[in-house]
Design a protein around this ligand. Structure first.
Ligand SMILES: [Zn+2]
Length: 402
């Protein structure tokens, strides 16, 4: 933390302490900077501690708004690397490839507040008089990279989408950065259908990594060719829990001409049996519902990787939806606009990523099962009750020389 810096002129409170406030706000799941200030400066929890050392909500906001990203990223990189080195992040049994999923997510939307990095869209809404009118909505969007198929699914890095640029452009900046930051900790990058474009894939392949990208565009030559070949190639059937898949593995397709190299297409027709309990049935009865889905993935991985693995990693991308963003939005206040400033948003999101990883590791690895709270959410309230005083002390300790 001592290496963190920001661009404030003659700051009274060092950046590390401001960052620690933001970090603890996430760890304790406090929903806003003002709530944090109330909790520790004005309440009983702050009593006994040197309150003057606790930054105010305004100071935390100002500090995060001009925080230098490089030292903050260096800290996150070193912690992520340490986790992998110490085997604190577990892959699925038998899995050697490290898979990173990319996805876009909208964080903040407002019709009244904006900044010079806001994205804008026009919406048609119904006014009070029933007439339709157009309003401008300002919002921010990020692209996040997250390791998937492992526990915990740590966030690698994030990148803000800038005004008037597409998500893929921001993703390219993100990929260039994570490939240079984590050259050995990324083997495969998996992404949604909008990423199926030659420059993006080429960039990853040239770095010696592989891609798995969803293909949806039925008008594409590659899609048509794969569909044509499906009639002459025999599918293989696999059973995985409630899901039955028929998989066609089609290698060496050359119709992705802009890419200039052959690709492999994995085409899966999946039938998943979902069971539901019939309401008010005695004895308890269940009904079965079969959900059908077709998935097509384009990959540069060779035949040494079985098609079922590609299917699994392709689906793992949904972790970012199901586990990553959902949890962060629902339980970690990720979409709350703490400070409407692009630098602060980015710095706070990176801080949140670190709070998510470290509390997960603390919960899973540092607490004996006998004293472990039922959930990580319960852990946060236990923290709030029992660590409050010592947290205030830690602010004081950090402020003292040495
Ligand atoms: Zn904005």
């Amino acid at each position: 933390m001592a290496e963190l810096t920001d661009a404030r002129v003659r700051p009274q409170i060092e950046t590390g302490r401001i960052w620690l406030s933001g970090f603890m706000m996430f760890v304790l799941r406090i929903p806003s900077l003002n709530a944090l200030e109330n909790q520790f400066r004005h309440s009983k929890l702050g009593r006994g501690a040197n309150r003057d050392k606790m930054p105010s909500a305004d100071t935390i906001g100002r500090g995060f708004s001009c925080m230098s990203m490089k030292p903050l990223r260096r800290m996150i990189i070193s912690i992520n690397k340490n986790c992998w080195r110490n085997k604190a992040i577990h892959q699925r049994p038998g899995q050697s490839h490290r898979v990173v999923a990319l996805d876009g997510h909208e964080t903040v939307a407002s019709r009244s507040r904006c900044c010079n990095h806001c994205l804008v869209r026009e919406l048609t809404i119904k006014g009070k008089n029933g007439k339709k009118r157009k309003v401008k909505e300002y919002y921010h969007r990020i692209v996040a990279a997250q390791w998937v198929g492992c526990k915990p699914a740590a966030i690698v890095d994030i990148e803000m989408v800038l005004p008037k640029e597409g998500e893929v452009v921001a993703a390219k900046r993100l990929v260039a950065r994570i490939l240079s930051d984590y050259p050995r900790l990324i083997d495969v990058i998996t992404a949604d259908a909008i990423y199926l474009e030659a420059p993006f894939i080429r960039m990853i392949v040239e770095a010696g990594k592989h891609v798995i990208v969803v293909m949806k565009q039925e008008a594409r030559d590659l899609y048509k060719d794969a569909e044509g070949l499906r009639s002459v190639i025999k599918p293989r059937t696999f059973q995985d829990g409630a899901r039955t898949s028929r998989i066609w593995d089609i290698p060496n397709l050359r119709s992705f001409t802009t890419l200039g190299r052959p690709v492999r297409v994995v085409w899966a027709e999946e039938k998943t049996l979902s069971k539901k309990v019939v309401p008010q049935s005695k004895p308890r009865q269940t009904t079965g519902n079969i959900i059908e889905a077709t998935w097509v993935w384009v990959t540069t991985l060779g035949p040494s990787v079985p098609a079922t693995k590609i299917q699994q990693w392709g689906h793992d991308r949904w972790d970012i939806e199901n586990r990553g963003f959902n949890e962060l939005v629902t339980h970690w206040h990720m979409d709350h606009c703490f400070v409407h400033n692009p630098v602060a948003m980015e710095a706070l999101l990176l801080t949140l990523a670190l709070a998510f990883l470290t509390t997960y590791l603390f919960y899973e690895r540092n607490l004996k099962p006998q004293i472990r709270p039922a959930t990580r959410l319960a852990l946060a309230s236990t923290f709030l009750c029992s660590v409050g005083m010592s947290l205030a002390d830690s602010f004081r300790l950090f402020a003292s020389p040495g």
